[in-house]
Design a protein around this ligand. Structure first.
Ligand code: SF4
Ligand code: SF4
Length: 207
């Protein structure tokens, strides 16, 4: 079976947020909603402090707490082993947001085609059209670019990464470049102790 996953090398990630913008452009997410983002921090003490970056999105857990707690079956696994939300079944209870240990989900409080996010805010006709993809009152998150992968393309964040710090592929195929890179780079998921079994792996993490 296919099981799509991703590898991110934080050692070469430039923290440029090209992936963040590619995701927003691809998925037309509402104002203030980021399915993909880059968290920044620092490690060490002056004069040896360094800046750290951590690209974050849904980890597409194989043992997903969000799927377990969803009372309606809206949160579910797709045919590629990734976690998706069926907006038609979502009742907006936000149980999944509380259960996700990676803070990967957002709630749509407003109709982004109508809500005046700031003074003078006005959507373009194109933005209004795409706003219909994000209904009010539902929870959303990264969809592993399902539409793109169906067409044989990589997720937008992977294709756009300027330092080629992201790989996408089939975790169930040991001969895939993704699996070989995970092995070669000694990559591991975030918070493995929680038993969520993420499909996203990271290389270059420093404890
Ligand atoms: Fe669910 Fe959060 Fe895991 Fe994504 S990262 S599958 S939202 S628990
Ligand atoms: Fe399921 Fe929607 Fe409730 Fe989340 S907010 S648990 S997806 S019904």
């Amino acid at each position: 079976m296919t099981h799509y996953g991703m590898l991110i090398d934080v050692g070469t990630c430039a923290g440029c947020n090209a992936c963040t913008m590619a995701c927003k452009y691809q998925n037309a997410t509402p104002h203030g909603t980021y399915w993909c983002k880059v968290l920044s921090g620092e490690r060490g003490t002056y004069p040896n402090a360094v800046q750290t970056v951590l690209p974050m999105s849904c980890q597409h857990c194989s043992n997903a707490p969000c799927v377990r707690v969803c009372p309606t079956g809206a949160s579910h696994y797709d045919e590629n082993g990734n976690v998706q939300v069926d907006y038609g079944k979502c009742i907006g209870c936000r149980m999944c947001m509380g259960a996700c240990p990676y803070d990967a989900r957002s709630f749509n409080w407003f109709d982004s085609a109508e809500h005046p996010y700031y003074e003078g805010f006005e959507q373009t006709p194109y933005e209004q059209m795409r706003a219909a993809e994000h209904p009010v009152g539902v929870v959303e998150k990264c969809v592993m670019c399902h539409g793109r992968t169906e067409e044989g393309k990589e997720p937008a964040c992977v294709q756009t990464c300027i330092t080629k710090s992201r790989w996408f592929g089939d975790l169930d195929d040991p001969t895939s470049e993704l699996c070989k890179k995970i092995e070669e780079m000694g990559a591991r998921p975030l918070k493995p102790e929680l038993g969520t079994k993420p499909s996203v792996y990271y290389a270059g993490l420093v404890d």
